[in-house]
Write a new protein. Structure first.
Length: 638
């Protein structure tokens, strides 16, 4: 696990080593163990510089990068893990000489044999840059699921890339302009979708894609893999359960290969509990497990994590996140590079910090919900297909009158079910792609229109961010509502939100996170299972739970989905109230001109006084302003 960056100059000048090192230094947290630099010296054509920061996981002695082929015409910097490298190496050693024992070197020799098609053979998580000195070409690639990040930009005719966009801040030609369209997407989705970023002209390479920049500076970008949910298995349910268990066990075993200590994140949910159970069966020593919780019991899963830890006899560790930790928010914002509003970034940061004190690698349960329809949204969608025709016939005024019978004020008794009722019922008139989107959204178009300033409305006039997710849903290679939703989660919500969170939270503390549920062969198998095996009525992840029924503690097998969140609503009314108002209503914030100040105050007061629950919206607004204070104003020195 590493951080990588580089430069390709097309202006006839050599790559400046000082600049390359400064870009690389900003990635220190991703790889504190060593650094490596390569600068091409050949005459004529573009000149390349590659750099990396290394976190030692496999081949601690000889695995430093950049790595070269036999005649040093190819050089490579690599971030990630290739889990089938031993199998590939046995084949490649028949034709190539290896100078290391690392997984990285297999990529070079595969490229020599297969060119860009080498990607078809790799099983793992990765982002890499390969400079072909013979062709004077740069080859960039990301893994299928989008676990490892890679961004790029052109400045003054030269090409730059990095694991994190903050490296580009060191380039003298970089301009801190704001992509206002990106802010529009951010407020709706809590993230900025690839390839777009907060900086105009800076892009992220999308998952399962590669890019080649040739000696003339022309680029070719292709997607080399996709998930197809149309072909379905001919296995029986019993056969599929057995195969599911075998494939996931294999994925876990592959991800336990390491020359450093490893453990697991444990929430007490089905997914992480299954991973810990499989690890325990494969390990001769107790698995080290790590859990995060809150004093507010409604949000804390520690009780369930302890049940799992006791059941599998793990070496268990816990940490309680409290609202007093808001002083860490600017540092978290710095690590994320651009506005990011998934509030679980806060507990994820702390669980990674605690975990790194004990191990260097941690397995997790990411991908279980996206493969097996685990979210509450899937229950809602499954039920809504029967209710939609009836609700669609009800006039809007009658629907509003009905909902007024069930107040969702924070101060009202049993508010939570009424809030869920409002959130479920209001989108029922829309087609499924719009229902799915609204159940995702932080800010609807209507709420954005209310808080945006007149200047912002004019700037964004005619721009609608809804077609992004609705288009993925409609164009999905799937034949039913549940599969289309699974595809949109696997290709949008997962790589753009959840995997960004896991990569940033873990690498902020030089911790490698591995996700067995996201092994691409396992994902392909799960995609071939009928939706009725994943969700039955209101029972989600049905086949997954049945496959591991005998392994899970009964309390875990029976529990429902809780979700990984924090007590935002309560904290914004109490401990964070003054801090939030100070940040959002400062002169600097008003001066940006994004929002109508009076309407923004109404949103805040409605939440503080319990008339509405705008907790997630306030978090998004707070993170947005803190990002400006860190990256634009320089108020916080990280």
């Amino acid at each position: 696990m590493c951080g990588i960056c580089g430069i390709v100059r097309f202006d006839g000048k050599p790559v400046e080593e000082k600049l390359l090192r400064e870009m690389n230094d900003l990635l220190f947290h991703r790889g504190p163990d060593s650094e490596g630099i390569y600068i091409s010296r050949a005459s004529g054509g573009p000149q390349a510089g590659l750099a990396m920061r290394r976190l030692k996981i496999i081949d601690l002695e000889t695995g430093n990068q950049p790595i070269f082929n036999e005649d040093k015409t190819l050089s490579l910097v690599f971030n990630g893990e290739i889990y089938n490298f031993r199998e590939l190496r046995k084949e490649l050693e028949k034709r190539h000489v290896f100078n290391t024992k690392s997984d990285t070197e297999t990529i070079l020799h595969l490229y020599e044999d297969h060119g860009t098609a080498c990607l078809d053979r790799l099983r793992g998580m990765f982002a890499f840059a390969l400079w072909d000195g013979r062709k004077k070409e740069l080859f960039l690639a990301r893994d299928r699921m989008g676990k490892k990040p890679l961004c790029y930009t052109w400045m003054d005719g030269n090409f730059y890339f990095s694991s994190e966009m903050k490296s580009f801040l060191k380039v003298p030609a970089f301009k801190k302009n704001i992509n206002l369209s990106a802010l529009n997407y951010y407020l709706t989705y809590q993230y900025i979708p690839s390839p777009m970023t907060i900086w105009p002209g800076v892009f992220r390479l999308e998952p399962a894609s590669f890019m080649v920049i040739n000696r003339e500076g022309k680029t070719r970008q292709e997607r080399y893999w996709d998930i197809d949910l149309r072909p379905k298995t001919r296995m029986s349910f019993g056969e599929a359960k057995s195969e599911l268990r075998n494939l996931l066990k294999e994925a876990v075993e592959m991800r336990m290969i390491a020359d450093v200590p490893l453990g697991a994140f444990l929430s007490g949910g089905h997914d992480s509990s299954i991973i810990v159970g499989l690890m325990s069966g494969l390990s001769s020593q107790p698995v080290k497990t790590f859990s995060i919780g809150f004093k507010e019991e409604r949000y804390s899963e520690l009780e369930y994590a302890r049940i799992v830890a006791k059941h599998f006899h793990t070496e268990h560790n816990e940490f309680i996140v409290e609202p007093k930790y808001f002083d860490i928010l600017p540092r978290i914002v710095w690590h994320y590079d651009q506005p990011y509003a998934d509030c679980s970034a806060l507990p994820s940061y702390y669980v990674a910090k605690m975990t790194r004190q004990h191990v260097t690698v941690a397995l997790n349960g990411d991908g279980g919900d996206e493969n097996f329809a685990g979210y509450l949204r899937y229950k809602a969608l499954n039920v809504s297909k029967w209710i939609h025709p009836f609700v669609n016939a009800v006039p809007d005024f009658m629907m509003d009158s009905f909902l007024k019978l069930f107040p969702e004020k924070e101060s009202s008794p049993n508010r939570k079910p009424w809030h869920a009722l409002h959130r479920f019922v209001r989108p029922l008139k829309f087609p499924p792609e719009r229902r799915n989107l609204i159940w995702h959204a932080y800010f609807t178009n209507e709420l954005k229109d209310y808080i945006f300033s007149e200047k912002m409305k004019k700037t964004l006039a005619g721009e609608d961010v809804y077609p992004y997710l609705e288009g993925i849903y409609r164009n999905a290679p799937a034949e039913n509502m549940i599969d289309r939703t699974l595809y949109s989660d696997l290709t949008a919500y997962l790589p753009e939100d959840l995997l960004v969170k896991m990569d940033i939270a873990s690498m902020a503390h030089s911790l490698e996170a591995r996700s067995p549920f996201l092994d691409h062969r396992f994902v392909e198998f799960a995609a071939a299972l009928p939706p009725s095996w994943k969700i039955r009525g209101l029972n989600t992840k049905y086949i997954l739970k049945e496959a591991f029924r005998d392994m899970l503690p009964p309390e875990i097998f029976r529990r429902g989905k809780q979700g990984f969140s924090i007590p935002l609503g309560q904290w914004f009314r109490t401990d964070w109230k003054n801090y939030t108002e100070e940040i959002l209503f400062s002169g600097a914030s008003r001066g940006r001109g994004y929002f109508d100040a009076e309407h923004l105050k109404t949103i805040v007061s409605d939440h503080v006084e319990g008339r509405k629950d705008y907790g997630y919206c306030l978090w998004a607004l707070l993170m947005l302003e803190l990002w400006h204070l860190v990256f634009i104003d320089g108020t916080y020195k990280i």
